[in-house]
Design a protein around this ligand. Structure first.
Ligand code: GDP
Length: 411
């Protein structure tokens, strides 16, 4: 297990505001559970089928077996803080998906290795396109009978249209799926039965030719899209792991390519490399464009900087035993306990009560939170999903307030 650091030396570059997008049943909940387990946030693995998962807070969600309401959970991986924002996979909750996409900086799209791209993954992919959310793909359930990574990758190419950049070669198939070859580094990661940590070693002889062929294909695909990589490829006829990783990061952030990883969340295989990929390829709040809003009819931008006035979006309100929790994405500025903030829509002020970092096992209380972060706040009385909170002296409206119930007028 990697170090579980919650005190970051360079907070903004080390933050990943991440969502998991998937068709219902592709394995989003299981991947979330495994993330929390791998990062040491939960000590017992929650299983979807016994109703003990930690991100599905609401009894209605458990009853219906689908993730209805978004919740954000923080965990730490390799010196980075990952704020995992749950996005509903069910089509009936398109508005909530929209709202979640607004507050994410990057996402993992999870696909089922048997089904490939399914209709809901396609529609949520288009929504993410509209929001310009950089993505990596995780082809899950490689342990299932009929699992086919190549076919799933082909369906990504044909139905979603980005260039799939496959960075792993599975070792073993279906029930015998035991690990992956990490193609940029040409190293094998193998999970022994009952062991959550991979053993790293050389590429097995039987897979060497195949791994070399696939690395070559990856190099060619990357060189075709990335001028820096092309230069090195022409000069050296190969790409170093370092160049590959840098180019893959750039291509992810521009959306020109999608890095594809694979595994079996259920068997806890492929989860740690997926966390590494989140850190390596997906952007931090500093790597995304500044947030935009309006004030008195003029458009303004606010940089992800704690020294500029506050702009935050409430994206979820939930009633919990701790109180009424308002989940906030802070885009600029800071909040402190006791601060007065302005609801930019209603022009009323509100007071910040306790500030919480929501974790799977416990909530940590913070005395302040800054630009780029996602936290939950207790004590806001009227903020709703979609409310902008800003500095009273520097109002900015990030999203129009939701339309009130129509007034029935009698002629
Ligand atoms: P969600 O609807 O996307 O959140 O999907 P879940 O995580 O709830 O998973 C749906 C079903 O697929 C559950 O029964 C899981 O146990 C199962 N599942 C998830 N990941 C895997 C996997 O890697 N392999 C197999 N065979 N089943 C999986």
């Amino acid at each position: 297990m990697r170090s579980n650091v919650d005190h970051l030396t360079n907070p903004l570059t080390a933050v990943r505001n991440l969502g998991i997008l998937a068709h219902v049943d592709a394995g989003k909940t299981t991947v979330t559970e495994r993330f929390l387990y791998a990062t040491g946030t939960t000590h017992k693995r929650g299983e979807v089928h016994d109703g003990t998962t930690v991100t599905d807070y609401d009894p209605q969600e458990r009853d219906r077996g689908i993730t209805i309401f978004a919740a954000a959970v923080s965990c730490a991986w390799d010196g980075h803080r990952i704020n995992l924002i749950d996005t509903p996979g069910h089509v009936d909750f398109a508005d909530e998906v929209e709202r979640s996409l607004r507050v994410l900086d990057g996402a993992i799209a999870v696909f089922d290795a048997v089904a490939g791209v399914e209709p809901q993954s396609e529609s949520v992919w288009r929504q993410a396109d509209r929001h310009g959310v950089p993505r990596i793909a995780f082809v899950n359930k490689l342990d299932r009978a009929g699992a086919d990574l190549d076919a799933a990758v082909e369906s990504i190419r044909q139905r979603l249209h980005p260039a799939p950049l496959v960075v792993q070669l599975p070792i073993g198939a279906e029930d015998g799926f035991v690990g992956v070859v990490d193609l940029p580094r040409m190293r094998a990661l193998v999970w022994a039965d009952g062991d959550d940590n991979a053993t790293e070693g050389p590429v097995p002889d039987a897979l060497r030719d195949e791994a070399e062929l696939r690395r070559r294909r990856l190099e060619e695909a990357v060189a075709e899209l990335h001028p820096g990589a092309l230069e090195e490829f022409c000069a050296e006829s190969t790409l170093s792991a370092r160049t590959l990783v840098t180019a893959l990061r750039d291509l992810t952030r521009t959306g020109e390519g999608v890095v594809v990883l694979c595994g079996s969340a259920y068997r806890n295989r492929g989860i740690e490399p997926l966390l590494d990929a989140v850190v390596a390829y997906l952007p931090s709040p500093l790597d995304v464009p500044p947030v935009r809003g309006t004030h008195d009819g003029t458009e303004q931008e606010r940089a992800a900087d704690e020294r500029v006035p506050l702009a935050a979006l409430a994206f979820k309100v939930s009633a919990t035993a701790t109180g009424r929790l308002t989940y906030l994405r802070l885009y600029s500025g800071t909040i402190r306990k006791g601060d007065t903030v302005l609801d930019a829509g209603t022009r009323r002020t509100e007071r910040i009560g306790r500030i919480l970092r929501v974790r799977a096992d416990r909530h940590a209380e913070l005395d302040h939170a800054a630009a780029g972060d996602i936290v939950a706040v207790v004590g806001l009385k009227s903020a709703r999903a979609g409310t902008t909170l800003c500095a009273p002296a520097a109002p900015l409206l990030l999203e129009p307030p939701s339309v009130a119930d129509p007034v029935v007028s009698v002629a």
